[in-house]
Design a protein around this ligand. Structure first.
Ligand code: NAD
Ligand code: WQD
Length: 352
């Protein structure tokens, strides 16, 4: 069992991963500034893990990854003297459109924040890291399914900031490889994470109008929005709508646990893995599956394509399976059922 620091642990993917890690017996320190989340998610994680609010196994620190003082508090917060053994680094900003309007903000939080985290890890002698990267690095893919060897060609500031962190991690890994304590790093490139814990107690809680398909569709189903706009009906896909590789957030959380286990068990390495299902679904398939799961109609209209979209992005998920012994097990129907349990049980999210 390890003591872990989870940056951004109150967020969508972080909260589900915290639950899976607590259930696996790990002790966690979460560092989050709640810029895009609420402490309520972690209260519910404790409930689901059947731990008391005062549990030593989950310490929450409100703080910023760009602050050396906050990082020092986090690294000093483990019970006992063993210190933090590994970090899972979720904290960051993720809205593509906002990154185009505010590139400084994205480079600051995503790159400068990661840089200061890495400096603190070196200072505290912790060199084991799982990093949240993104399939957004592949831009407009030339070959689908997309393998990890595909060119890195991001097309927006969000993607550029993720590519820069990936490069920084490779540089740091190379610089310390011959040292007494080399880094162990996993760069995990997520495809489209969706859904929620099957209890419906934790889930995705976007601010304002959702940019992403799943939260938008579920807000239409609950009646918070009138109808979905389908961006493009003329893509070169089977039904003309865009195709993506949706991954259930619980599968993704379990992928993190598997990556951590492999990193800590094997000799030092720099792992770079796609986390996806390997299966594509179109927007219209999602609309129909969500309608069936919720029993609610999802009215939609087809409108012109959105700038910056690709026709289809689907992971070649074979490397993660080979290296981690992990693969997704949940279907599109499961994603819709669990997403609906969250949306219908919490029509206003965490009410933050
Ligand atoms: P999220 O916004 O729900 O979670 C991010 C968390 O980081 C939030 O709790 C937020 O409050 C926190 N945070 C932001 N800035 C911070 C700072 N300066 N200091 C401390 N905490 C800070 O997003 P998510 O969907 O859970 O994504 C987690 C990670 O995965 C992000 O790095 C994101 O870029 C990456 N990712 C997400 C997706 C996706 O579609 N959700 C896809 C690929 C990669
Ligand atoms: C999915 C499909 C849209 C909304 C984004 C980021 C990516 C990653 C995951 C972080 C597309 C269509 C959407 C709507 C629609 N995030 N759509 N109407 O664009 O694949 O990926 O989230 O790393 O970086 O770019 O996800 O959910 O926005 O779109 O028709 O109102 O749904 O055109 O085909 P995307 P998405």
């Amino acid at each position: 069992m390890a003591h872990l620091l989870i940056t951004g642990g109150a967020g969508f993917i972080g909260s589900h991963t915290c639950l899976v890690l607590l259930e696996a017996g790990h002790s966690l320190v979460v560092l989050d500034n709640f810029a895009n989340s609420s402490p309520e998610s972690l209260i519910r994680v404790l409930e689901l893990a059947e731990l008391g609010f005062e549990s030593e196994r989950l310490r929450v620190i409100e703080g910023d990854i760009r602050s050396e003082a906050d990082l020092n508090r986090a690294f000093g917060a483990t019970p006992g003297s063993t210190g933090i053994e590994a970090v899972i680094h979720f904290a960051g900003l993720k809205a593509v459109g906002e990154s185009v309007a505010h590139p400084l903000r994205y480079w600051d939080v995503n790159l400068a924040g990661s840089r200061s985290l890495l400096a603190a890890m070196e200072a505290h002698g912790c060199r084991n890291l799982v990093f949240s990267s993104s399939a957004t690095l592949y831009g407009y893919p030339e070959v689908v399914p997309i393998a990890e060897t595909a060119p890195i060609q991001p097309i927006n500031p969000y993607g550029h900031s993720k590519a820069a962190v990936e490069q920084l991690l490779a540089d740091l890994y190379g610089a310390r490889l011959q040292s007494q304590t080399p880094w162990r790093i996993a760069r995990l490139r997520y495809f489209n994470p969706v859904g929620a814990h099957p209890s419906g107690r934790i889930g995705e809680d976007p601010n304002g109008t959702p940019n992403n398909l799943f939260p938008f569709v579920s807000q239409v189903a609950i009646g918070r929005r009138k109808q979905l706009q389908v961006f493009g009906g003329d893509w070169p896909t089977a039904d003309g709508s865009g195709v993506r590789d949706y991954i259930h957030v619980m599968d993704l959380a379990e992928g993190h646990r598997a990556a951590l286990d492999v990193l800590l068990a094997e000799p030092p390495q720099l792992l770079t893995l796609n986390l996806g299902s390997g299966q594509g679904h179109s927007v219209l398939e999602v609309v129909s599956a969500f309608g069936a799961a919720s029993g609610q109609p999802v009215p939609y209209e087809i409108v012109p394509r959105r700038a910056g979209d690709a026709a289809a992005t689907v992971a070649d998920a074979s490397l993660a399976h080979g290296r981690l012994g992990w693969r997704t097990s949940r279907t599109l129907q499961d994603m819709c059922r669990d997403g609906w349990a969250w949306q219908s049980g919490n029509p206003k999210g965490y009410g933050k």
